[in-house]
Design a protein around this ligand. Structure first.
Ligand SMILES: Cc1cc2nc3c(=O)[nH]c(=O)nc-3n(C[C@H](O)[C@H](O)[C@H](O)COP(=O)(O)OP(=O)(O)OC[C@H]3O[C@@H](n4cnc5c(N)ncnc54)[C@H](O)[C@@H]3O)c2cc1C
Ligand SMILES: *[C@@H]1O[C@H](CO)[C@@H](O)[C@H](O)[C@H]1NC(C)=O
Length: 535
């Protein structure tokens, strides 16, 4: 018997949930409040209530090879980091290719999701939707909540005494669209996340002066890593993930600090994180340090008080004539259509099993999708979530008992605090490969490197030392894809293709390059000793 599944939202999470439902032979219906797919990634000039809102220049912070779905690589010619319009194009191609649009009811808002009377035996839900002013109700066997969590702005105004006196303009970063209209202004950006630093950098090219005020610093990382490869294909390998897991915390902290300070010394730039041994998510920004170096952005400490025209900072300094304050202070999540008890945030902890299942339901027929902040791309992560959830709905995978789930939630949270810190913005922070493997293990799609080492040693090496891209989860188990192996061996080609826009004559002067390498090595060794003497 095919099961009827309701998918709430047609953003990325909704789309991939739809695909996984279809793959598993379930019968999905997707309700999308707006007129189109893409969610957060569909840029609009105007800000809409109840919908995520991005600025025009948003570019992904995870690269295309690490962000695509596992059986559908992005087109070869796509750049490695994508402008939001380009990413949306990919999602449109995916929707067309897997024929997903026919399951979506647009301009239909989900008002409520409630258990049916016989829930403890049927596990069914009643969903009330509204479309064209008409309310409708329908029964579903299961629900996937894909309504996003970058919608409700978080502005801690109580921490900004004097804001009511402030004569200038102030707003949340979700209202920010582009730098026009800010020419010649003195602007204060509050926060140190990706949005805060993007907006500060962009405005600093037009404004008279930009200040960025942070409570805690953050590591700033470039998208460009070793040899010019995207950061995440270098960072997210099984080998380095293993190292990060086995190395003593002190060594890890030391290495991390060295690595992060190689680009620029964070202390000198006033950006150094307070609690350095937390693996707090770095900010990805290629321009921030240079804008600070040009003096276009000045880094300030936390705001103590605001007056009509100025900002007074914790360290006693004052900046006068502030015209605009932008609160890039993040988001809080809420699910207005769900009973409060389903997705509770208590003591800074989300009580969902593996960030998805409310542990107290008699039947595991509701899951929250994408309510996570992995250190890597969210897209392959949600995909694995959806592959697991759909198999739980079908009864092919089972969840442990309520008490086991609760214990796991508490343990996972302790680990999270230990790794990433207590901060509200880190509440759903997860490790990347560990979490992917955990989900893949549940459905039997986790590649066993040792067995590959015997069968296909070349592949095993790629799996272990190469980027842990999503194709790795299509090699074995349900949902196996015969193109997965080839996709793994061609990822480098797809990374380099968009860069090869100028043809170079093939050079074959091996001895010279070899000589250069030796010289380079010498230089590094000499440099290392000089550096030691310097500091
Ligand atoms: C500025 C920014 C940049 C980011 N960059 C990256 C990145 O580079 N890489 C990465 O991996 N992640 C990134 N993220 C994380 C981001 O959360 C994910 O990329 C992803 O877009 C989340 O998709 P979603 O489908 O879960 O939510 P959304 O995209 O918000 O989609 C939710 C959908 O649900 C609909 N909806 C909501 N409520 C209802 C309702 N009651 N009834 C019907 N429909 C409803 C909405 O209209 C919307 O279409 C970024 C986030 C932000 C804010
Ligand atoms: C990318 O940016 C978004 C928005 O700030 C953030 O939520 C996400 O965690 C970032 N991802 C990584 C891997 O840094």
């Amino acid at each position: 018997m095919a099961k009827k599944v309701a998918v709430i939202g047609a953003g990325v999470s909704g789309l991939i949930s739809l695909k996984c439902c279809v793959d598993e032979g379930l019968e999905p219906t997707c309700f999308e409040r707006t007129e189109d797919i893409g969610g957060l990634w569909r840029f609009k000039e105007n800000v809409e209530e109840g919908r995520a809102s991005i600025y025009q220049s948003v570019i992904t912070n995870t690269s295309k090879e690490m962000s695509c779905f596992s059986d559908f690589p992005m087109p070869e010619h796509f750049p490695n980091f994508l402008h939001n319009s380009k990413l949306l194009e990919y999602f449109r191609i995916v929707a067309r290719k897997f024929d997903l649009l026919k399951y979506i009811q647009f301009q239909t808002t989900v008002l409520s999701v409630t258990k049916r009377q016989d829930f403890s035996s049927s596990g069914q839900w009643e969903i009330v939707t509204k479309s064209n002013g008409k309310e409708q109700s329908a029964v579903f066997d299961a629900v996937m909540v894909c309504s996003g969590h970058h919608i409700l702005p978080h502005i801690p105004l109580q921490s900004f005494p004097g804001i009511e006196r402030f004569k200038g303009q102030y707003f949340h970063s979700r209202q920010y669209k582009h730098p026009e209209g800010f020419e010649g202004k003195r602007i204060l950006v509050i926060g140190m996340g990706n949005s805060a630093s993007d907006i500060a950098v962009e405005l600093s090219k037009k404004a008279a002066q930009v200040f960025i005020s942070l409570r805690q610093g953050s590591w700033v990382m470039s998208r460009i890593s070793d040899d010019g490869y995207p950061w995440d294909v270098v960072f997210h390998t099984r080998f380095s993930s293993m190292l990060r897991n086995v190395l003593p915390r002190m060594v890890l902290k030391w290495m991390m600090e060295r690595q992060m300070n190689r680009w620029f010394n964070h202390e000198n730039y006033g950006l150094e994180p307070q609690n350095k041994y937390l693996m707090k998510e770095p900010v990805t920004n290629d321009d921030l340090p240079s804008r600070v170096l040009y003096g276009a952005i000045k880094v300030k400490s936390r705001v103590k008080e605001l007056t009509e025209t100025s900002a007074i900072f914790e360290d006693g300094t004052v900046e006068e004539d502030i015209d605009v304050i932008i609160f890039a202070t993040g988001y809080t999540f809420s699910f207005p259509f769900l009973e409060d008890s389903f997705v509770k945030v208590e003591n800074n902890m989300v009580s969902l099993y593996k960030y998805m299942f409310p542990p107290h339901l008699e039947k595991p027929t509701l899951a929250c999708m994408g309510l996570i902040q992995p250190l890597g791309s969210i897209f392959p992560t949600v995909e694995l979530q959806a592959r697991w959830v759909t198999r739980v709905f079908k009864g092919l995978c089972t969840l442990p008992s309520e008490s086991t789930m609760r214990a796991d939630i508490i343990k996972r949270n302790e680990k999270r605090v230990d790794l990433f810190g207590e901060s509200q913005s880190q509440i759903v922070q997860t490790n990347y490969i560990d979490y992917l493997d955990e989900l893949a293990f549940e459905i039997g799609a986790k590649p066993d490197i040792l067995s590959f080492l015997l069968k296909d040693p070349k592949l095993a090496m790629q799996l272990y030392f190469g980027p842990c891209s999503s194709y790795q989860y299509r090699l074995v188990g349900p949902g196996q894809w015969e193109g997965a192996r080839n996709a793994i061996f061609t990822q480098k080609q797809r990374i380099l293709k968009p860069l090869k826009t100028r043809s170079l004559k093939a050079s074959s002067n091996f001895p010279i390059s070899f000589l250069l390498k030796i010289l380079g090595l010498l230089a590094v060794v000499v440099g290392f000793f000089f550096q030691l003497q310097w500091f």
